[in-house]
Design a protein around this ligand. Structure first.
Ligand code: GSH
Length: 175
């Protein structure tokens, strides 16, 4: 299995964390986002990472998360109850409204409501949702110098005891 990856990319981080949670071995192909090779466009016409290749080529972080969840049902990230699974997926589906849009507006220096979004973020609902959001929370604190509200600091402290997430914190610290 190969992951076309970029260390600084939070969408790639979702996939790295899922792979680690499930104990899946893979090779990393690091893509330079400022000078992307033509080969990445052959795998994904948008040229974006992450792309997973296990003989079947798949872009889009959420689709990859779902694929890995189904291919490797051991150590599930989604809850077992169908309604809780639907709730978890809904929160990930709403990522842009709940966090992404304001995170990127803050990063660009545009008007934003990032602090409100962080204060209201529904973390802790499921491991699946937490994995889908945590990379942005880590980057907000470590790279954008955002003060996290206390409940997010506590949540992140607990979540980062998982080796999959702890590794991501180390990776961001080294960027
Ligand atoms: N919807 C995609 C977004 C991936 C994405 O935006 N990746 C960024 C790096 S963090 C990228 O490849 N950007 C290059 C570009 O926008 O051309 C996903 O969830 O995988």
């Amino acid at each position: 299995m190969k992951l076309y990856d970029a260390a600084r990319c939070p969408y790639c981080a979702r996939v790295r964390i899922v792979l680690a949670e499930k104990g899946i071995e893979y090779d990393t192909v690091e893509i330079d986002l400022r000078d992307r090779p033509q080969s990445i466009y052959e795998l994904n016409p948008s040229g974006k990472v992450p792309v997973l290749d296990d003989g079947f080529v798949l872009p889009e972080s959420v689709v990859i998360m779902e694929y890995l969840e189904e291919q490797y049902p051991e150590a599930p990230l989604l809850p077992s109850d169908p309604r809780r699974r639907a709730d978890a997926r809904l929160l990930v589906h709403r990522f842009d409204e709940l966090l992404g849009r304001d995170y990127y507006a803050f990063r660009r220096g545009d008007a934003n409501r990032l602090s409100d979004r962080l204060a209201e973020l529904p973390v802790g609902a499921s491991l699946y949702t937490d994995v889908a959001y945590v990379a942005w929370i880590v980057r907000a604190r470590e790279m954008l110098d955002v003060d996290l509200p206390p409940h997010l600091e506590t949540w992140l402290g607990d979540l980062s005891r998982r080796p999959s997430v702890g590794r991501e914190l180390e990776l961001v610290a080294a960027l």
